[in-house]
Every structure is written in C-alpha cells, then in structure tokens.
Ligand binder design. Sequence first.
Ligand code: ATP
Ligand code: MN
Length: 149
Amino acid sequence: MISKILVPTDGSKAAQKAAKYAVDLAKQTGATITFLSVIDKRLTVSQSIPSEASPTHLIEPIEDYLRQAAESYTGEIESLCRQKGIKSKSIIQSGHPVEVIVKEAEKIKADLIVMGSHGKSAIKATVLGSVTYGVIHKDTIIPVLLVRK
Ligand code: ATP
Ligand code: MN
C-alpha cells in the first residue's frame, strides 16, 4: 500500500523528526523515500526588483548557501536510510514550498507525504506552519501524515 513516501524538509528539528518517522515507516512497509528540500524563492528573489537593479551578486550566494545547507541535511538523513537498508533519494528545487511539494508528490506518484507540523519559523505559537497548512489544503488526493514537533 505504501510504496513511495515523500518527505519535504527544511532541515528543522520538526522536519528531521518527521524524516525519522518516515524512515521507520519505510522500514516496516518496504517503501522508498524521496526527500525534498525547497529553496524558498520568496526569501531569495523579489519579483518587484527590476532586473537591472537586481543584486544578483547578493542573491546567488544566498541561493548557493541555502542549497549547500539543504545538501547537508538531506545527505545526513540519506545516510541514515543507507544504514537501515532503505532506498532513498533527494531533490533540491527552488520555488514556492507548497507548490513544489504538491507538484513533486504527484510527479513521483508518492502515496504518502510525511512532514512536520512546524518548521524553522521562530513563531512557535501557531497551530500549524504555513507550508503544512498549504499542503493539506491543496487540491490533491495524496494523504499527508503530520509529525508533531
Ligand atoms: P512558517 O514557515 O509558516 O512561519 P514553520 O516554519 O514553523 O512556520 P512550516 O514552514 O509550515 O512551519 O514547516 C512545516 C513542515 O513543512 C516542515 O517540518 C517541513 O516538513 C516542511 N517544510 C517547510 N519548509 C519547507 C521547505 N522549504 N522545503 C521543504 N519542506 C518544507
Ligand atoms: Mn517555515
């Protein structure tokens, strides 16, 4: 039933907790895991900046830095998968997290999305992070499993 799990991660504690949950689930079901880290375009580019004024010399290093950070935390969780004999891979993509997560889940035909209830945000009072909220309200039939922080 569960053969392909998508785990979106922002490298936060909550997301790593969700990733570990997915690893245990994959171990039991024999599923494979795809980790997905989205470089949030809203953080790196502003559409309102005219291209000639766009400080690409600033934006590119930010993207590079975020990509390196993503490689590091997805690499970490992938090595846990290797240790446990679970087939996994990582995708790093830039865009809007909610859009990319749902699109990618459908593209790889994931039958489950496992993600954290919260992420990196400093605002701890909210019931649910906005990325999680967005994903569960999107028009998709793929079930979502939320791991509480
Ligand atoms: P907010 O971002 O709304 O201020 P938050 O950071 O606490 O709040 P979310 O960003 O919704 O909460 O994070 C919830 C979960 O969504 C994370 O545990 C992770 O699974 C996933 N997620 C968040 N951001 C990304 C991202 N950029 N790429 C992939 N997955 C993400
Ligand atoms: Mn967030």
